[in-house]
Design a protein around this ligand. Structure first.
Ligand code: FA5
Length: 326
């Protein structure tokens, strides 16, 4: 049987020779290793020397265990390759607001200058606010115009992802008295095929101005001021007669782009029935409303020829637009 002195000597040699740590652990600390063998031999030691022997053996075992633990940690650490930062395949640039959010802030700033404050409404709407209160009854053909994404609602209320920001008009009228001057920016959803000027999820900015004298000419003045501030130059716009059940008369606003008109907004004088639905019964109160397509404005401002690029999550596209100062 091997003696403790022989084991100590061999252990020192193995350390000097840098014996592989797993091999060393197995040789000394495994069930059939030297330490276990020496413990088994305790019974053969004479009683007077047993305690000193036991103490020496425990110290040796502890020393070997510590040596193994320390070397294993070093081994793990040396296996972790520390990549220099420039080798990491990550974008180190800071993120930023999307061009659409920045444009919405810009629009809010312009309208703030005209005394309009900002209102918000829910994206998950009820059929009542998205259609009925806006004078669009179930049977009305205009309902087909806004291809709707319906949402199952356990409470039995007919819910949908709002197809336009116009329901915010009703929410606001219900809770505020005229004079009212608000814009309401937000996301809207339509179940329709996409093309270069149509997305299924896009943003609108609703506007509502109600008091005792807001007229079509006030509306024209506001719109002209808005475009001049946004584009910082004169742009050619036209008001085209149109139809919305919640305005009377109704218009479509188009902007001239080099060789064609691009539809930018729907607008009109707020229909009396809608005012009443919102709780406004005073016959002296009148006004106008409008709904801009934010992505369409972005297309003109940034020279984007396909709306689908805007939400394509392509970092090259976003970073190019990030350089544009509004
Ligand atoms: C409406 O949504 C009305 N709520 C606008 C309105 C508000 C009229 C207040 C009267 C009073 P329309 O569906 O035309 O109308 O949409 C308004 C604008 O949103 C359009 O002029 C266009 O700029 C933008 N738009 C419409 N559909 C899309 C689409 N699929 N993708 C991107 N922009 C769109």
């Amino acid at each position: 049987m091997i003696s403790i002195e022989e084991v100590i000597k061999e252990y020192k040699d193995d350390k000097k020779d840098s014996l592989d740590i797993d091999k060393l652990e197995h040789k000394y600390l495994s069930r059939k290793g030297y330490i276990a063998e020496l413990f088994k031999g305790i019974k053969d030691i004479i009683p007077e020397k047993k305690s000193a022997y036991g103490q020496k053996l425990n110290e040796l075992k502890q020393d070997i265990e510590e040596y193994v633990a320390k070397n294993k940690t070093q081994e793990i650490e040396s296996n972790i390759e520390i990549y220099p930062i420039n080798r990491l395949d990550m974008q180190s640039r800071l993120g930023g607001l999307s061009p659409i959010s920045r444009l919405i802030f810009k629009i809010q700033d312009i309208f703030a200058g005209l005394g309009f404050s900002v209102a918000v409404g829910p994206e998950l709407e009820s059929e009542k606010y998205n259609f009925d209160m806006l004078n669009i009854p179930e049977s009305h053909p205009a309902r087909d115009v806004w291809d709707t994404i319906w949402v199952q609602n356990p409470a039995g209320i007919k819910s949908l992802l709002r197809t336009h920001t116009s329901p915010v008009q009703i929410h606001y009228m219900e809770n505020n008295k005229p004079p009212i001057r608000i814009i309401a920016p937000g996301k809207v959803y339509r179940y329709e095929a996409t093309d270069s000027t149509h997305e299924t999820v896009f943003h609108q900015v609703e506007g509502l101005c109600l008091d005792d004298k807001a007229s079509i000419s006030t509306f024209k003045g506001v719109i002209n001021y808005f475009f001049k501030e946004l584009f910082q130059q004169d742009v050619k716009i036209r008001l085209r007669p149109s139809y919305f059940p919640f305005t009377e008369p109704s218009f479509e606003i188009d902007i001239w782009l080099e060789d064609k008109w691009l539809e930018i907004a729907g607008a009109g004088m707020v229909n009396r029935k809608v005012l009443e639905n919102g709780g406004i019964t005073d016959p002296n109160i009148q006004g106008f409303a409008f709904g801009f397509g934010v992505e369409r404005l972005a297309m003109i401002l940034y020279g984007i020829d396909d709306i689908r690029l805007i939400h394509s999550a392509d970092i090259r596209f976003a970073s190019q637009l990030g350089k544009i100062q509004l």
